[in-house]
Write a protein that binds this ligand. Structure first.
Ligand SMILES: Cc1ncc(COP(=O)(O)O)c(C=O)c1O
Length: 415
């Protein structure tokens, strides 16, 4: 049977669980930089980065070289030995994460890191309750999935759920909404941790008010609650700083990382204060594959490149350039609701009156894809186009992608 695009799609439908939905039906066989190459010879600009993962571009040469070298040396020992790459990767992370975060636990996926962080904070405080925010997303595994609510379908039939605080969209002045939650639902002395995405990703690229994270920090300090910053999507230079918490100078007690950490190799991390990590006794948490030497070699290379090439500054500059372009469309397209984001983590929201307009977003994305640009969506109603190109994308390619998006918006959105 010839391996045509149609055949791959048929075989995919037959063999892959239908739960595994895709943003496009492109059949991709190779990639470099900001380009995806399909089996039928198309060259597609990638403004999604495999969902905020290939932030240095597909197959960044320094990461490829580090991985190649490690593949020829050592692949796996798990908990049977120590190995230098894990220690070096941890040192690299501790050097760039906010003040006080000085010990690392590596795992394989974001959700696994989130669940580990939940276990850790419960263990460290001896408390059970957790507070997460409506609209947040922390992963698909059972425990992680009970935390957030960016979409109802993620949570169907898996209760009971944990208490939820108000949406980050509500300005939380001095934490007053959480005070209400403490008074009505969860006494603060029972709360182990507050977990927060410093910038909402899946929930629609929502940047909270500047007072939000600092007021959470104050509240946590007042009540002995640990603050977990889930930087799985917004971390590692994406927002124009190495970590999104830096925009407000908030130091969390625990941080979860994944996605861009391996630039495409599966690796995640919990980074925490030693004073928190020390509550885990030997063997109380573990993993077979987490901290694999090949994945750790990628982590080391990613951090080196991000630091040496000032990738966060580049993300900030390209983000400003993108924002200026998008803002100019507003005058012509009344359906554009909000344009928001930080660095190269940008959401272009579409509304019909006061209702989210997912239909126009579907048409815009389809039109853009016909012309060679892959974009993602986010938000509960899928009415936000998520713009997340590689942070290394050349300006000319960024502009070319924005040209395609602009033509699709102008054609598909009512003017
Ligand atoms: C903020 C955040 N946390 C956790 C996760 C879960 O990560 P993973 O899919 O690697 O389990 C995601 C994935 O989108 C995320 O955006």
């Amino acid at each position: 049977m010839p391996d045509t695009t149609a055949t791959w799609r048929e075989r995919d439908a037959e063999l892959i669980a239908p739960a595994y939905s895709r943003y496009s039906d492109l059949v991709v066989e190779s990639a470099d930089g900001a380009h995806l190459h399909t089996v039928d010879g198309r060259d597609i600009l990638d403004f999604g980065c495999g969902i905020a993962v290939t932030s240095l571009g597909h197959r960044h040469p320094a990461v490829v070289a580090a991985v190649h070298e490690q593949v020829d040396r050592l692949w796996h020992t798990s908990v049977t030995t120590l190995h230098p790459k894990m220690i070096e990767a941890a040192a690299g992370l501790v050097a760039v994460t906010p003040e006080g975060l000085d010990q690392v636990f590596f795992s394989n996926s974001g959700a696994e890191a989130v669940e580990g962080a939940v276990k850790l904070t419960r263990r460290a405080t001896g408390r059970t309750e957790l507070i997460a925010f409506t609209g947040a997303f922390h992963g698909r595994t059972y425990g992680a999935m009970t935390l957030p609510a960016s979409r109802a379908k993620y949570r169907t039939g898996v209760g009971p759920f944990l208490p939820h605080a108000p949406d980050q969209r509500c300005p939380i002045a001095e934490g007053e909404d959480l005070q209400r939650l403490f008074a009505t639902t969860v006494p603060p002395e029972t709360v182990a941790a507050i977990i927060v995405e410093p910038v909402l990703g899946e929930g629609g690229i929502v940047v909270p008010p500047a007072t939000f994270l600092p007021s959470l920090r104050t509240l946590c300090d007042q009540h002995g609650i640990l603050l977990i910053a889930d930087e799985i999507q917004c971390g590692l230079a994406r927002t124009g700083r190495m970590f999104a918490v830096e925009h407000t100078g908030t130091d969390p007690d625990v941080m979860t990382l994944a996605k861009a950490l391996g630039n495409g190799l599966p690796v995640a991390a919990i980074v925490a204060r030693h004073a928190v990590m020390r509550h885990w006794q030997r063997g109380e948490h573990g993993t077979t594959f987490g901290g694999n030497p090949v994945a750790c070699a990628a982590v080391i290379a990613v951090i080196e490149v991000m630091t040496r090439e000032r990738i966060a500054e580049r993300a900030a500059a390209l983000g400003r350039r993108t924002m200026e372009r998008l803002q100019a469309w507003r005058n012509e397209v009344p359906g554009i609701g909000d344009i928001r984001g930080l660095g190269l983590m940008i959401g272009l929201e579409f509304m019909q009156g006061d209702r989210p307009d997912g239909a126009v977003v579907r048409r815009i994305r389809a039109r853009a894809l016909e012309r060679g640009l892959l974009t993602l969506t986010c938000g509960t109603d899928d009415n936000v186009i998520r713009i997340m190109p590689p942070l290394t994308i050349p300006e000319a390619e960024l502009d070319a992608g924005l040209d395609i998006l602009e033509s699709a918006v102008m054609e598909e959105a009512p003017q």
